[in-house]
Each structure stands twice: as C-alpha cells, then as structure tokens.
Design a binder for this molecule. Structure first.
Ligand SMILES: Cc1cc2nc3c(=O)[nH]c(=O)nc-3n(C[C@H](O)[C@H](O)[C@H](O)COP(=O)(O)O)c2cc1C
Ligand code: SF4
Length: 370
C-alpha cells in the first residue's frame, strides 16, 4: 500500500519479508513517474519528498541480503481521472471503458515532459539506493499504448509503422540510460502480445525487443496483456469480479463493474509457464539477458526455465502467497506453491495491500511436502 502516493510501513515490511524469504531481488511494483500517471489513488508517485521512505525500503531489503528494483511507468489513457484531477493523456484520444473516461492526445510537450519525468524518477530511485530500475513498457501502460495499434492511431512520426510507434518508448529508455549512466541495470518489461485482435503481436514484439536493446536496456522482461482491456491475460486463472465490485469505492464504477465486468474482463484458464514459447523468441533475438515471468510456481518450472537458457526468473503470485517460497524450496520443505490462481489478491490489493487473500481454507503448503 502507498497511502497518499507514499511508501507505507506495510509496503516496506512486504519487501523486507520477500528479501528475507530467499528472493535475490524484490521489485517494488508499479510506481508512476508523473502525478498524472496514477491508475489508483493509493499508487506511488516518485518525487524527492518520498526519498526518506524509499531509502528505508531499500535499507530494509539490503539488510536481508537481497537487491531492490523499482518499476517505473505511466498509465496514460487509463489514469484515474479523480486521482489525478485532470484529463488523462494517451497516444491518441480514446474512450477507456475501464475508467469510463476519454483521454486527450499527447502533444510534443507532453511527450517531452513525460520522458523527462522517467529520467528524474530513475535518478531518484538510484539516489534512494535501488540496485536497478524496471521501465514498464508492457501491460497496456503508456509506453505499451504507443506500441499498440489499438491505442496508437497517431498520424505523425509517433504512429503508424512499428518504427514510428517505437519512437517514443525507445526515446524514454535512451533518456533514462543517459540520465543514470551505464553503471545501473535498466530492466524493461514489454509485451509479447496484447491479447486481442488489433493489438501488438509476437512478430512485432521480437522487433521491439531488439530496439529496446539498442536503446539501452540491460535486460528484458517479456509479459503480455492490456490492463484496461485484458487485465487477467498476463496472469490467467479466475476473474474475481465480485471481489472487485466489493472493493471498488466509486459507486459508478462499482455498478459498471457489476453489470459489465464479466464482458469486459476476459477469463483465460491458468497454465504453468504460460509465456515460455513466446519468451523463447525474444531470448533468441537479443544478446542481453531475458528474465522469464508468467506461471512459475514450482521448482520444476524454474528448472525448465533455466534449461531453456533464461538467465533469471521473476515470480509473482507464488511469492504473494508465501514470501518464504524460495527459502522453503531451498530447504526442500516444499516443491511447489499452493497458490490456486484465484487472483483475489489482485482484486483486493487497493484495500488490503499485497497479500494473499485466498478464501480457500483447504490450501496448505504442507500438502506439497516431499
Ligand atoms: C497482486 C498482484 C499485483 C501485480 N502488480 C503488478 C504491477 O504492479 N506491475 C506489473 O508489471 N505486474 C504486476 N502483476 C503481474 C505480475 O508481475 C506477473 O506478470 C503475473 O502475476 C504473472 O506471474 P505469476 O504467474 O508468477 O504470478 C501483479 C500481479 C499480482 C498477483
Ligand atoms: S490470493 Fe493467494 S492463492 Fe489467490 S492468486 Fe493471490 S496469492 Fe494465489
């Protein structure tokens, strides 16, 4: 939780516990680089005023022997209008059904300002003691909105061909590299596919990966999905619409979600290592390390990913389920996570923070004991 867009004690404790639980690096999830890049009113917005709290977070992680990374992004057209107090910005004017709002098309000055905000945010992150930054260019966030033909209908040099759609995201990566120098890793999260007709597809994603490498990325984190349209595509499993409805505070959004949620959010069954085949195409296309993410929930899964030549693996829900997941695997206490991919943690994180909120009392880690 980041009450008032500031890291809370609970957030610091969460990352400390992940570090203590055996993970080599913990990533502070989505933090906006600009005050108009916030998707939810509790989300963190990077600025110098929060440096002391960010330092507390990195100190706590370092004391447990792990590294800390921070994900930097801007949510563009699906920014929460009430939270940012103005009209959201995006590559092209577009209606957002996720927010029931219409964004305005970014002018050259907006692009320049957001690019500079990415650079400033990365510098603050390094000053706060983070060991790496992760630029969010996937999941339908602003940079991904520029890459996607669904959200980018611009007629200028930033729209149309893939080279044009790449221009702004690549310029941001280049600018962040210039801002923080060569001494710090820049991870870039990007989409393998948006997950719907008319969105970014794998063949284009392979080219995007190569451009991002040239622009200054140190490693890539290929993922998928579009938050405002296919928000569960990146995770698969259950779509907990009722939990969303219960945790939503805005009455209009609550009613909209109750009535149309099941039509807007597509359900896709969970699959272990759900992105492996597509991620291999990225690994084959670039020389920099590719970090595998998506459906890793057992030691077998990790071994498969390593055997396929990936250098690193990122884990989401298995760690939310149990921050000691890695330590327990190392100690041979368990061989797999008992996360059942109910995705309630996603629906309820705005109110409850980053914790497992599964209602399945039958879930017991020990049932997987060797
Ligand atoms: C509670 C929760 C919050 C998440 N928040 C973010 C986020 O802020 N940024 C992001 O890129 N992905 C986020 N994700 C998606 C994960 O990074 C990951 O792509 C997804 O969970 C699939 O990996 P897994 O199968 O290991 O869970 C979140 C996932 C969960 C479960
Ligand atoms: S709520 Fe718990 S069991 Fe459900 S997806 Fe999240 S971590 Fe897994």
């Amino acid at each position: 939780m980041s009450a008032h867009s500031t890291p809370s004690d609970e957030l610091i404790e969460h990352h400390r516990s992940v570090a203590a639980g055996g993970s080599a690096m913990t990533t502070v999830s989505y933090c906006a680089v600009s005050d108009d890049g916030i998707a939810f009113d509790h989300e963190m917005w990077i600025r110098t005023e929060i440096l002391p709290q960010l330092k507390r977070l990195t100190d706590a992680v370092h004391k447990e022997g792990a590294a800390a990374s921070i994900q930097l992004g801007h949510c563009g057209f699906f920014a929460n209008k009430n939270a940012i107090g103005k009209t959201p910005i995006g590559p092209t004017r577009k209606l957002c059904l996720f927010r029931y709002s219409i964004c305005r098309e970014m002018a050259a000055e907006d692009m320049e300002r957001v690019k500079e905000d990415f650079g400033k945010a990365a510098k603050i992150a390094i000053e706060a003691g983070f060991d790496a930054v992760e630029i969010h260019a996937g999941h339908g966030y602003l940079l991904s909105q520029f890459l996607s033909p669904w959200t980018n209908k611009r007629k200028d040099k930033y729209g149309g061909s893939l080279i044009n759609r790449l221009r702004f995201p690549a310029s941001v990566i280049k600018y962040v590299r210039e801002s923080i120098g060569d001494g710090y890793p820049i991870l870039v999260k990007m989409n393998l596919e948006d997950g719907f007709k008319g969105g970014l597809k794998i063949d284009e994603a392979v080219k995007v990966a190569k451009y991002f490498e040239t622009a200054g990325a140190s490693a890539l984190v290929p993922s998928c999905g579009f938050t405002a349209r296919t928000s569960f595509y990146m995770m698969r499993g259950q779509v907990p619409i009722l939990d969303y409805v219960k945790s939503e505070k805005n009455p209009f959004t609550k009613i909209g979600m109750a009535l149309f949620g099941r039509f807007i959010v597509k359900k896709v069954p969970y699959k272990e290592l759900l992105l492996l085949e597509q991620a291999k195409r990225i690994r084959e296309a670039v020389k920099i390390p590719v970090i595998y993410i998506g459906g890793v929930c057992s030691l077998d899964n990790m071994n498969t990913v390593m055997d396929e030549g990936f250098e690193f693996v990122q884990i989401g829900r298995a760690i939310v389920r149990d921050p000691d997941f890695v330590k327990k695997l190392q100690a041979k206490e368990i061989t797999a996570s008992d996360c059942d991919h109910c995705n309630r943690c996603v629906a309820e994180m705005a109110n409850k923070g980053l914790v497992c909120t599964s209602k399945n009392k039958g879930l017991k880690t020990k049932q997987y004991k060797l």
